[in-house]
Design a binder for this molecule. Structure first.
Ligand SMILES: Nc1nc2c(ncn2[C@@H]2O[C@H](COP(=O)(O)OP(=O)(O)OP(=O)(O)O)[C@@H](O)[C@H]2O)c(=O)[nH]1
Ligand SMILES: [Mg+2]
Length: 308
């Protein structure tokens, strides 16, 4: 079957407003520093580190600013913002993820450490896919946390999306298998699996994910199984270690960054991409169903370096 782009979500009107407000937290202060001290590289450097840009990106931005300073002694905040924006855009080249379906059903497994927003993102994605005309089923594979089942079932009810869940303590891989069987029987296009939060340092918990993966691959080809790491923007560069550990277990093929609406560390996104080179499909910008935006380099960098 030829590859069909099944996800073209047009959220851009909301994107600009939402990410701009996220960016005020991230870079409101940096914008001010740029404005007030246009030649004070130390302040600019400190601001970049505070926003969690990490050493490499920070240094590349500083080098670019210094080079421009040589030829232009009267750099204004706006110009510094433009230089930083340009560096960041280059760093993020290729980071915009586009989800392409190679067959039916596609299975997307959401993984990540505790509390990053997996369940909320599962609901948001299900809602967005469904709105786009793709029939979805939710699989409640967090059988570990007592209230998890109830939480995702409430989302399923609110969105009117089919769900397969089991008892607290059940085998998560068995739930995934049942959910996949139901997806096929009901001819749904996408199965979204919510999984339990697990520390990336606990190999036993990661082994459970490996089992889930093996079970799914008994029924569908590898090209139809996706694993997206959910990363909380507030975790900053710690997410890189998480991503590496999850990647070893589950061959990650994408990332979603949540909580960009309330973070002062949004700069870590660049470092995460540099390190992993995994496409960023969406960003979460709030707790409601529609607070999920396709990742856009232009919107993100504009917002980070806006002086508003
Ligand atoms: N502000 C904001 N809050 C979010 C976002 N995504 C999720 N949350 C909130 O983060 C908290 C945790 O979200 P969950 O979806 O339960 O996270 P989880 O990864 O499933 O948690 P565990 O299953 O316990 O590992 C909830 O209060 C969500 O409403 C986001 O993009 N922005
Ligand atoms: Mg959860």
């Amino acid at each position: 079957m030829p590859a069909t782009n099944i996800v073209i979500l047009n959220f851009f009107k909301r994107a600009t407003r939402k990410i701009t407000s996220a960016a005020k937290n991230v870079f409101g202060f940096a914008g001010n520093i740029f404005r007030a001290t246009s030649h004070d590289l130390e302040s600019i450097e400190a601001a970049l580190y505070r926003a969690d840009f990490g050493r490499d990106t920070t240094q590349r931005i500083l080098v670019a600013i210094k080079q421009s300073c040589k030829s232009d002694k009267e750099l204004y905040c706006k110009k510094i913002s433009e230089i930083a924006k340009q560096v960041l855009r280059t760093e993020l080249e290729g980071a915009e993820g586009t989800f392409v379906a190679t067959g039916v059903p596609e299975v997307i497994c959401l993984v990540g450490v505790n509390g990053v927003g997996k369940t909320t993102t599962a609901a948001k994605l299900a809602h967005a896919f469904q709105k786009n005309g793709n029939e979805v089923l939710l699989g409640a594979c967090d059988t570990f946390r007592a209230a998890a089942n109830e939480q995702i079932n409430i989302w399923a009810q609110r969105t009117g999306i089919d769900i397969v869940s089991s008892q607290h303590g059940a085998d998560a891989a068995a739930v995934a298998y049942d959910a996949l069987s139901a997806t096929m029987a009901r001819k749904k296009k996408i199965l979204l699996l919510d999984t339990a939060g697990r520390m990336h340092t606990k190999s036993q918990l990661l082994d459970e994910l490996a089992k889930l993966r093996r079970i799914i691959l008994k029924k569908i080809p590898e090209s139809q199984l996706h694993a997206w790491l959910i990363v909380d923007a507030n975790n900053g560069s710690n997410s890189i270690a998480q991503a590496k550990a999850f990647n070893e277990t589950f061959n990650l093929d994408g990332i979603i960054i949540t909580k960009l609406d309330g973070t002062s560390r949004g700069g870590a996104l660049a470092g995460i991409y540099q390190e992993l080179k995994l496409p960023i499909f969406y960003v979460g910008v709030g707790e409601q169903l529609d607070d999920l935006l396709p990742f856009s380099i232009t919107n993100y960098t504009d917002a980070l370096f806006s002086d508003g």
